[in-house]
Design a protein around this ligand. Sequence first.
Ligand SMILES: Cc1cc2nc3c(=O)[nH]c(=O)nc-3n(C[C@H](O)[C@H](O)[C@H](O)COP(=O)(O)OP(=O)(O)OC[C@H]3O[C@@H](n4cnc5c(N)ncnc54)[C@H](O)[C@@H]3O)c2cc1C
Length: 468
Amino acid sequence: MVSSHYKGLSLQKAWKFMSAMNRRSFLAAWAALAASPALGAMPSSGEVDIVIVGAGAAGIAAARRVAAAGRRYVLLEASDRIGGRCYTETKTFGVPYDHGAHWLHMPDMNPLVKLAPQARIEVYPAPRSNKVRIGRRNARAGELEDFLAALVRSNRAIADVQRGRADIACQAALPKDLLDWQQTIEFVLGPFGCAKDLNEISALDFARSGERDIDAFSRPGLGALLAKLGEGVSVELSTPVTRIDWKSGIEVETPRGKVRAKAVIVTASTGVLGAGKIKFTPDLPKRQQEAVNQLKLGSYDHVMLELPGNPLGLQPDELVYEKASGRQTAALLANVGKSDLCMIDVAGSFGRSLAQQGEAAMVAFAIEWLVKQYGEDIKKSVKRTHATRWNEAPWVMGAFSAAAVGGSGARKILMEPVRGIHFAGEAMHETLWGTVGGAWESGERAADAALKSFAPTPSKQRQPRRRD
Ligand SMILES: Cc1cc2nc3c(=O)[nH]c(=O)nc-3n(C[C@H](O)[C@H](O)[C@H](O)COP(=O)(O)OP(=O)(O)OC[C@H]3O[C@@H](n4cnc5c(N)ncnc54)[C@H](O)[C@@H]3O)c2cc1C
């Protein structure tokens, strides 16, 4: 998530801002995929070991794990492509355009960064010298210091909520003396970091999430990296799961037929689950239903503007905020990957209402927002434009899942298997929720849990001793 560059920002790291999977196991997993592509095909017998619902980061990671264990799986994807919320295309602008996830957070620990070299994808560090605009000028060193100090104090104040027992909204935990940085901090930690306004976010959930203040980028796009990792995985596209019957065993229903399995890994977003697009027979227990409800997706979209000739005078991949005076603000990622593309991110309640007005309104806002900071001439430089609208994406229905106040326990609840049903995805990770890395790890964990519940594969069963 673009987002949380400043989540958990320590003072030390704030100052810095101012100025493997190992090869053997990777190759083993890859070889297993290449050797057994049929393991993932829609089975004519209608029976597999594991059905995986959704081919985003969590589903792909789960499928690779199950294939490496030599188990039969089928991966069912509702849409006509893989990747889910992590998707790159080059058609719109002729260069990579990440519609969803773009930042690889905490590269030292990020599972996708570890896999990138073997997938022959270049990952490079995000620049650490970012800007804050105050009207038409850049913030001066002293002003930046004030902003960063206020940000560090805000993160700390939210983290302190863990000492008490009761959960509160992040908004209520903020220091009371943020003065004229209040709106900027609310935007950076709320909409930009978590896709929701701070008054909607559980301080306990926020405090539990890991630091995300060091980032990297994938040269051909983050979605392209995920697609590469999904290359050997067999997927049934355009096959939405409509019902999961778990009365006795698991039966998964799609418009193309039913599949029986010993377990199912469901990676559909909490938006899709909450909308009831997958029926469960019998209904899921109340505990799980409530957990889904507490992890509703926030709103986060990119408005992409093509600005040839670098009229903003910014470095490649430079991140810019404005000193905001209200909620109608955004963040700018300039010259994405050295291209002419400038990504303007809108999120939270303002982003949601703007997206509801449609793509033209989003583009108009983004241009006016730049004009306010860089002058009227910017308008003449804008060539092609595009805006994502993730709330309208029928198989996602939002961005990512900051927990509601009182909902900090919801992730753990959804991680508990319900008689053969395992939930996975970004929402099912306590520290890396809202990220591709978190979704990936959650998919692997769900696969491990499902595999563990089976008897050993025939090849691994102990052979009877031969009597000589
Ligand atoms: C605009 C935006 C920016 C983001 N920025 C970043 C970022 O910079 N860095 C970062 O790490 N993360 C970012 N994120 C979050 C990140 O994209 C997600 O956390 C991650 O991709 C989620 O992966 P997932 O596998 O859990 O879910 P998804 O990607 O949603 O995958 C679930 C899949 O299930 C499919 N599906 C749904 N219902 C069904 C059904 N009934 N039957 C079959 N298939 C179904 C969907 O089509 C989808 O392909 C961003 C998200 C958005 C929207």
